[in-house]
Design a protein around this ligand. Structure first.
Ligand SMILES: *[C@@H]1O[C@H](CO)[C@@H](O)[C@H](O)[C@H]1NC(C)=O
Ligand SMILES: *[C@@H]1O[C@H](CO)[C@@H](O)[C@H](O)[C@H]1NC(C)=O
Ligand SMILES: *[C@@H]1O[C@H](CO)[C@@H](O)[C@H](O)[C@H]1NC(C)=O
Ligand SMILES: *[C@@H]1O[C@H](CO)[C@@H](O)[C@H](O)[C@H]1NC(C)=O
Ligand SMILES: *[C@@H]1O[C@H](CO)[C@@H](O)[C@H](O)[C@H]1NC(C)=O
Ligand SMILES: *[C@@H]1O[C@H](CO)[C@@H](O)[C@H](O)[C@H]1NC(C)=O
Ligand SMILES: *[C@@H]1O[C@H](CO)[C@@H](O)[C@H](O)[C@H]1NC(C)=O
Ligand SMILES: *[C@@H]1O[C@H](CO)[C@@H](O)[C@H](O)[C@H]1NC(C)=O
Length: 793
């Protein structure tokens, strides 16, 4: 027996020369067993591991995963490939074997083959895992690659893995179920990269925007080579002219492009093996545009803070409480007779496809009549475009989502139903946006969440961390109370809660009296004061964006528009017309922190409150699923003050709205920051993370405490832009903060301040401006430090 083993080892060493042990390569005649956890292949540099991964009770798939973080529990693995995702094998006697014939097979419980490479080779072959994540079956003699996992990806594309005309990425079924789901990413027959929802009932392409022709989406149909690749620096290029860059482009990070189970295509990156992944690019910032999420007769809505939610249309109820993709069914008998229908107006709602026809320049009455005469008309979209009203009767209500259309959707309901049964029940909703932060739910729990005590579980889930399930939408609460009022209230009640609106250029020109009163000027554009038609005073920003696609702009603007936090400036709407891109914000009477610091009206209490509020606003931006939407330009000019001197951070998200091409050239750092507040990462070309905002925040707090501008007033001479920080550190050197403080504090306090609170401000600020970004706290830690101190007092 021993000698046999020796021979085996020797033959291994000879046939698989790259390896010294079985953990590096699999040679002809050997196999990996599901029962031995040590039976895995590891890539030479230890980046990837291939082996059996448990996907359920007693069921396993042969998979490749990132080796870090090491986890025996199978829970936290980042899977990049699977052989038998749709046919897991038994936990006993299953194995992956490399046969003498050169065929690699996966057998289930020593009975049936569930998967095979169907390769053949006369000379010995060897299976090994590359550090790029490629599992390669090599003919040792001819060095020909017989088979490689890079040729048959599952849902993930790794850097340098060619994506070809035959490749197709298919999402998993859910966060925890790895079998093939409904979303696909592939090259279509017309040479374009597309995202397709291929569901059990319907199938439709949702990316690039199906409403536009390819050149409006900046894609080219003429290059039939159909290849795409993601490089290791984070740049994706495709033969259809699609290109994009990771938000952290340039740094050598671990990356992966994945079609997630929610249908969004996301690029993830992480700096250190074992850290958690961050999204550095995604196809949709509004995930509701993705088809097939909520099923028929429902509306998807999205809030960056809470994720995605589904709700049934009025008069409809959830078909099956275990599955939103089945949609909603009418609560009423679906047979309309003439004169017995009513139309309910819904605002900010759009349904994709299933138009009976498009009728241009039709009056409302004409459109209503068309719908009434059709037996299967469920309602109609009545929108204003290019100077006329368009009428689109719909035969099915699919892919409903909130959208800033100029016009309304009119839902057809039986007359009797609407008035005899006004109490439209709140519907349970779920959200699943922060795909990678969602913890892996146990199956029992998933099933339990939709059973009887739905409400309790919903609250429970919110408390637990808001995973997958979201509380009942307030809109429906509002709705049920509104519906009991008069008919007029019914008209236009729905989903108007946000008031986010699309303005015409003419409207904004009138509001600003021809852009006459300039109130600010920044990297993104010039800001004017204006009075809207409804007499609200607004700050209107005219963006300098040269050639950004409308669709992209709309997606970004509506994401920013839905960010809602008391310490973030509220966006009321936007305008996108021809070359013009404008954003409409609430106007702040007290102007900016910069102006108020200059005029000495802020005592230390106000400054402390401003420091706390600003930290809350930034923490919300960084941590509510938006960590990759950095502010990147935190400075006193961008911190506005309301009538109570509460701060509101302005201009967030703009770095995303500015042209992405800027990322490529060296002016990148110039756009995304202001002298004196720029973190060292920009200067040294290090990866940009939310810690750049923390740094800038630290400088702002130092400025509030000392009353000195970080670039101008400090009289030390070292020619560096971080002079204020040097000066403060210098003054405090060797002394306790408390005793060194007197000299640096803003003289306008005239000695009237709470030494303890000012000290904590200084401590936090100095902590925030550490050179090494990993030493800096996160924004929520900053809040913790500031508030914890407040309580002690
Ligand atoms: C995953 O989903 C498929 C399709 O719905 C189902 O057949 C399978 O049992 C699920 N697997 C697990 C482990 O839940
Ligand atoms: C998984 O196995 C455990 C123990 O064998 C059992 O208690 C549990 O009910 C199983 N879960 C499912 C979903 O089958
Ligand atoms: C998975 O990762 C999370 C967060 O990083 C951690 O809290 C948890 O303990 C990990 N689970 C396992 C089983 O390692
Ligand atoms: C294996 O990876 C190395 C670098 O990581 C690469 O140069 C080589 O071409 C890869 N081989 C195969 C067969 O993918
Ligand atoms: C594709 O990109 C190239 C280089 O950026 C450009 O010259 C060309 O016009 C683009 N083609 C289309 C059809 O957009
Ligand atoms: C087609 O795309 C490939 C890959 O991007 C590129 O190398 C090739 O030059 C393109 N061909 C034409 C005719 O543009
Ligand atoms: C909902 O779907 C589940 C699983 O498909 C099924 O078992 C259940 O009977 C359905 N419930 C209703 C009310 O149709
Ligand atoms: C729309 O229709 C009205 C009358 O039906 C007509 O006068 C008007 O010119 C039409 N407008 C356009 C843009 O076709």
């Amino acid at each position: 027996m021993d000698s046999l083993f020796l021979i085996l080892v020797l033959s291994l060493a000879i046939t698989c020369p790259t390896s010294s042990s079985t953990s590096d390569a699999l040679s002809v005649g050997s196999s990996l067993s599901v029962e031995k956890p040590q039976d895995v292949l590891t890539s030479p540099g230890g980046v990837f591991t291939a082996g059996f991964h448990r996907v359920g009770n007693n069921s396993y798939c042969f998979a490749i995963w990132f080796n870090e973080p090491p986890s025996d529990s199978h829970q936290n693995r980042t899977i990049v490939w699977m052989a038998n995702r749709d046919q897991p094998v038994n936990g006993k006697r299953s194995k992956l074997s490399l046969l003498k014939t050169g065929n690699l097979i996966l057998t289930d419980a020593a009975q049936s083959d569930v998967w095979a490479t169907s390769t053949a080779s006369l000379s010995p072959a060897c299976l090994s895992l590359n550090d790029s994540g490629n599992l390669v079956l090599l003919n040792l003699k001819t060095r020909v690659v017989l088979w490689q996992s890079f040729d048959s990806p599952t849902d993930t594309l790794l850097p340098l893995q060619p994506f070809t005309r035959t490749a197709i990425l298919v999402s998993t079924r859910s966060q925890s179920n790895f079998s093939s789901g409904f979303y696909k990413f592939f090259f279509d027959n017309d040479n374009l990269l597309r995202l397709l929802f291929d569901g059990p009932e319907i199938s439709s392409v949702y990316w690039p925007n199906p409403a536009y022709v390819s050149w409006d989406n900046a894609r080219s149909t003429y290059n039939s080579s159909r290849t795409a690749v993601l490089d290791s620096l984070g740049s994706f290029t495709s033969s259809d002219n699609l290109t994009f860059l990771a938000a952290d482009y340039g740094a050598r990070l671990q990356r992966r492009l994945r079609i997630d189970f929610d249908g969004n295509l996301r690029l993830y990156s992480r700096k250190m093996p074992g850290e958690s992944w961050v999204v550095s690019w995604q196809a949709f910032s509004d995930p509701c545009v993705i088809h097939g999420i909520c099923g028929a007769n429902s509306i998807c809505s999205y809030d960056p803070g809470f994720g995605r939610k589904c709700s049934c249309l009025p008069g409809y109820q959830m078909e099956n409480h275990t599955d939103w993709s089945l949609g909603c069914q009418p609560e009423f008998q679906f047979s309309y007779r003439q004169g017995e229908s009513r139309f309910l107006q819904l605002t900010l709602v759009e349904f994709y496809g299933y138009d009976y026809n498009e009728y241009q320049n039709y009056s409302y009455a004409e459109c209503e009549n068309i719908c009434l005469e059709l037996d299967n008309c469920k309602g109609f979209q009545y929108t204003f475009a290019s100077g006329v009203y368009n009428c689109n009767p719909k035969t099915q209500l699919r892919s409903g989502h909130r959208w800033n259309t100029q016009g309304y959707f009119y839902l057809r309901l039986p007359k009797a139903h609407l008035f005899s049964n006004p109490n439209i029940k709140p519907q349970p909703n779920f959200g699943l946006n922060c795909a990678d932060r969602v913890v892996d739910l146990k199956r029992e729990y998933v099933q339990a969440r939709v059973s009887k005590p739905v409400k309790f579980l919903l609250w429970f889930a919110c408390g637990v961390g808001g995973v997958e399930i979201i509380c009942i939408v307030l809109v429906w609460g509002l709705l049920s109370s509104t519906l009991s009022k008069s008919n007029e209230d019914i008209h236009g009640y729905l989903l108007t809660a946000t008031g986010f609106k699309r303005f015409s250029y003419a409207e904004l020109k009138t509001a600003t009296r021809g852009f006459s009163e300039e109130i600010g000027r920044g990297a993104g554009g010039v800001v004017y004061k204006g009075v809207l038609a409804d007499e609200r005073v607004a700050a209107i920003k005219v963006l300098n964006v040269a050639n950004q696609g409308e669709a992209e702009f709309l997606a970004e603007a509506s994401t920013i528009g839905r960010v809602n936090h008391m310490n973030l400036i509220e966006m009321w709407g936007y305008c996108s017309e021809r070359k013009h891109r404008l954003l409409v914000y609430e106007y702040m009477e007290h102007g900016s922190l910069a102006q108020k610091l200059a005029s000495n009206v802020l005592d230390w209490e106000k400054r402390f409150a401003i420091a706390v509020g600003t930290a809350k606003g930034l923490a919300y931006l960084h941590e509510e699923c938006l960590e990759w939407v950095l502010h990147c330009d935190v400075k006193p000019q961008n911190i506005l003050l309301d009538s109570n001197y509460q701060p509101k951070v302005a201009d967030f998200g703009l770095s995303k709205l500015l042209n992405r091409d800027e990322l490529k050239n060296s002016s990148f750092s110039r756009i995304r920051g202001t002298r004196g507040y720029i973190a060292p990462e920009w200067v040294y070309n290090l990866p940009i993370t939310s810690k750049v905002d923390v740094y800038s925040y630290g400088v702002v707090v130092l400025e509030m405490v000392t009353g000195k501008n970080p670039t101008m007033d400090v009289d030390t001479i070292d020619g560096e832009q971080r002079r204020l920080i040097m000066w403060v550190r210098d003054k405090l050197k060797g002394t306790e903060i408390v005793s060194g403080m007197g000299e640096i504090i803003d003289p306008s306090f005239e000695g009237d301040y709470d030494a303890e609170k000012v000290e904590i401000l200084l401590r936090v600020a100095l902590h925030c401006v550490e050179e090494n970004k990993d030493s800096r706290p996160t924004m929520s830690q900053v809040i913790e430090m500031l508030l914890h101190h407040g309580k002690d007092n």
